[in-house]
Write a protein that binds this ligand. Sequence first.
Ligand code: PEP
Ligand code: MG
Length: 323
Amino acid sequence: QKAEWAQLKTAETVTADGKHFDLAANIGTPKDLDGVLANGAEAVGLYRTEFLYMDSAELPSEEDQFQAYKQVVETMSPKPVVVRTMDIGGDKHLPYMPLPEEMNPFLGYRAIRISLDRQEIFRTQLRALLRASAFGKLRIMFPMIATIQEFEAAKKIFTEEKDKLVADGVKISDDIQLGIMIEIPAAAVLADQFAKHVDFFSIGTNDLIQYTMAADRGNEHVSYLYQPYNPSILRLVKHVIDSAHAEGKWVGMCGEAAGDPIMVPLLLGLGLDEYSMSATSILKVRSLMKKLSTEDMKKLADTAINENISNDQNKALVEANVK
Ligand code: PEP
Ligand code: MG
């Protein structure tokens, strides 16, 4: 197995029936790039920028952010990098930015909600990203989007900062895709509408499962409800993928499920385009995909969504059909 994986490091990700897919890596800091390259990822599918803010004693400057983003984009070039704007709040706090005490932090003031409210922080981050875009293939996505209005507001701010930099003669890419995380059920349900506005989706199953099942992702007492293969989750994922494809847009997944050997066959059947996972899972998933045929997986996904009624049934279904 070790020898096979070593060979796969430089191979493309191709299924048994010859379809190509992109396996991307999730990173938290530029230091993680070593692992990304060592495991032969085809992209960075999620750069969680909040660590830049958490590892700092104060708000990181535009210059500090620019250096970090540039390093990631340049190292990966010509492969694409999806950078997620800051996802602070929920369980992630900044000592230098006190947030209100909340009854339900996961349902509260976090991510894009803070960015749209504290615009000076958001604009600084977007300027740093825009400047870094000249050094490779940058894509930007916004976390915790619930409404199309939020996306349009974020895009307007992005465009304003872009226009200012262009007017100042700063070199930036004119081909930066703007996407959203699909991690709030409202956005998943309205994916057909969102797909007309965004360039791509990235499904964040860690939160999407938590919010769909109303089960805190970190609470052991309700962990039995944390069900990635529940038909409700799979149906949402299918709707998101079909909606994006109907508008000619692509869909990735950057939650833990994207690297899960039970979920991957189902996702292949549902037509997911990009899989983003911890770098250490890439070779395992590439090896698994080589054995799978998309046509067979379509039938499997169809059964999982339309005939089976539980998480456990779907897990057993995949185990019985994928060896
Ligand atoms: C997710 O919610 O699936 C996700 C990738 O984001 P995070 O785990 O950072 O909340
Ligand atoms: Mg999330």
